[in-house]
Design a protein around this ligand. Structure first.
Ligand code: GAR
Length: 210
């Protein structure tokens, strides 16, 4: 099975969704590591409860971002993962540290990329008066939230929606989207090459819809 390492900073509901899909027999993968930058991240307890090895690396113990990121990916590499999944990992990663993982690292982001890279995506979608909002899973490149988008899930913004309602309604869609993409990767149906994403051997012209 595909060996997966998770990077996460917090609650871990997206990791929980991956675990649940795995328990239902829908994900032929092995979770080899959950790595976090936060020692008190709830995602670590989730991993321990599921028997998945965990690792915490505190950025405050390193001189700068670059040193931290190289140390982090060195440690992750020791678990020999095939795929790195950023599931609520709330740090910007050094572009050179990412390079060895090109095409083997994905991220879930709570917006319809290329809209709203970075933080406060729900607030920004509301402020812009958008009618639609959503989440994206993309390959990670040196450009923050800027890598090729694999798949998106969308919802309609309703009158009276605020940041909290949007986040609450989006989360269950994220929990479908991320396991679905990981399943496609595990099945060998998605690859990232020089020409961009290929899906079943054909160039992917627009993100898959979930
Ligand atoms: C999710 O909504 C995810 O899309 C977002 O953080 C949340 C993590 O929740 N990710 C980002 O904002 C990445 N910049 P979780 O810890 O419960 O999976």
């Amino acid at each position: 099975p595909l060996r997966i390492a998770i990077l996460a900073s917090g609650r871990g509901s997206n990791f929980a969704a991956l675990l649940a899909a795995h328990e239902r027999g829908e994900l032929p993968v092995e979770f080899v590591l959950v790595a976090s930058d936060k020692a008190d991240a709830p995602v670590l307890q989730l991993a321990q409860g599921a028997g998945v090895p965990t690792m915490v690396l505190d950025p405050r113990d390193y001189a700068d971002r670059r040193t931290y990121d190289f140390a982090l990916f060195d440690r992750i590499a020791a678990s020999k993962p095939d795929l790195l999944v950023l599931a609520g990992f709330m740090r910007i990663i050094d572009g050179d540290a990412l390079k060895p993982w090109a095409g083997r690292m994905i991220n879930i982001h709570p917006s319809l990329l290329p809209k709203y890279r970075g933080l406060h995506t729900h607030r920004r979608a509301l402020k812009a008066g958008d009618l639609e909002h959503g989440a994206s899973v993309h390959y990670v490149t040196a450009e923050l939230d800027g890598g090729p988008v694999i798949a998106q899930a969308t919802l309609t913004i309703e009158t009276g929606d605020d940041e909290a309602t949007l986040a609450t309604r989006l989360l269950p869609l994220e929990h479908q989207l991320l396991p679905a993409v990981v399943a496609l990767i595990a099945a060998g149906r998605l690859t990232l090459g020089e020409q961009g994403i290929a899906f079943d051997g054909e160039p992917l012209r627009k993100p898959l819809r979930w």
